[in-house]
Design a protein around this ligand. Structure first.
Ligand code: NDP
Length: 297
């Protein structure tokens, strides 16, 4: 193996430490406690795990955590009323509605009901537009975490060829916008892309956000490239066992790449740390205070 392993777990722990420092200072100097409200509708087991760990880490960095649970049969009107209440609550600086929502709810409508200034997931159409036009916005957490790792490892990204495989609204598209913002030459690949292998081989920075286990082998990776594997896929190992893998075939890619994120322990931990970072940023903006450096794009 020749690639450097980009340890997202350690990076995220460091970032949470910095966030805790900023939170302590905000409390001490301004009597301000950043607050994050997480709304969970229904009892999806994976969502419950995410919500629990978000709540735990919010409290660990000294912020206020507000958890709201609605029944799986709750109406859209009920959820919208809760969002209005949270929009108006001065103790709440960030609102996250855990996705997916049950079928009776329209996720776009719900997300766009959140006050854009409190939209710490960065999914509100106003934030999407602000990011797309290079203006100050709330940046989606997973791409923000990827960008932080890339800048940390590579420094200045300008002029690099970046290929993002995947064009979802939550990962692929905002990732591409952020890389463009850092003056990369960006290609977005997707399921209709012709000769994906060749496209990937041109990448100095290769971001995989597809959701297909190990679909990118080492011989699609340019020697020395930096590979960011966003995919989280559970594969069956037989005998009742399973394990998590990314969208990149780690062992072969690590022979060729200059640096690579592992799965688990790469991008995943950065996502929650960036959610906390966005909440601190939102609380500072809400109070007209200077934003701590290094917490946003
Ligand atoms: P989506 O399913 O929304 O998007 C997947 C994208 O991959 C689509 O744009 C699709 O193209 C493209 N795609 C599918 N098959 C191929 C193929 N054969 N070749 C090229 N492109 C293909 O997924 P998400 O963006 O939400 O998530 C992607 C992965 O990232 C998942 O594994 C998810 O679990 C993980 N994830 C991890 C997070 C973390 O914190 N680490 C956070 C969020 C997601 P098309 O548009 O043409 O259909």
């Amino acid at each position: 193996m020749s690639a450097m392993i980009l340890d997202g777990k350690a990076f995220a722990a460091r970032l949470r430490g910095e966030i805790a420092g900023h939170v302590a200072k905000l409390k001490e100097t301004h009597g301000l406690t950043p607050g994050l409200a997480v709304v969970l509708v229904g009892e999806d087991p994976a969502s419950q795990v995410y919500v629990r760990s978000k709540g735990k880490m919010t409290v660990e960095v000294g912020m206020a955590s507000f958890e709201h649970r609605l029944d799986v049969d709750a109406s859209e009107v009920e959820l919208l009323a809760l969002i209005q209440k949270l929009n108006a609550d001065p103790q709440v600086h960030g609102i996250l509605v855990q996705l997916p929502l049950p079928p009776q709810m329209n996720a776009d409508l719900v997300i766009n009901a959140i006050d854009p200034a409190k939209d710490v997931d960065g999914f509100h159409i106003s934030n999407v537009g602000l990011l797309g036009t290079g203006q100050k916005s709330m940046v989606p957490c997973t791409p923000l975490g990827c960008l932080m790792m890339l800048r940390d490892h590579l420094g200045d990204l300008s002029g690099m060829n970046a290929v993002v495989v995947g064009r979802s609204n939550i990962v692929g598209k905002p990732m591409a916008q952020l890389l463009l913002g850092d003056s990369c030459t960006v290609t977005i690949a997707h399921s209709r892309t012709r000769d994906l292998a060749e496209v990937c081989r041109r990448a100095d920075i290769l971001v995989a956000a597809v959701g297909r286990p190990q679909m990118i082998p080492g011989d699609w990776v340019k020697p020395g490239a930096t590979v960011i594997d966003v995919g989280i896929n559970r594969i069956d190992e037989g005998a009742g066992k399973s394990r998590l893998v990314g969208d990149v075939e780690f062992d072969s890619a690590a022979q060729v790449a200059g640096a690579i994120t592992p799965v688990p322990g790469g991008v995943g931990p950065m996502t929650i740390a960036c959610l906390l970072a966005n909440t601190v940023t939102a609380s500072c903006r809400a109070h007209g205070l200077p934003e701590p450096v290094g917490l946003t794009a």
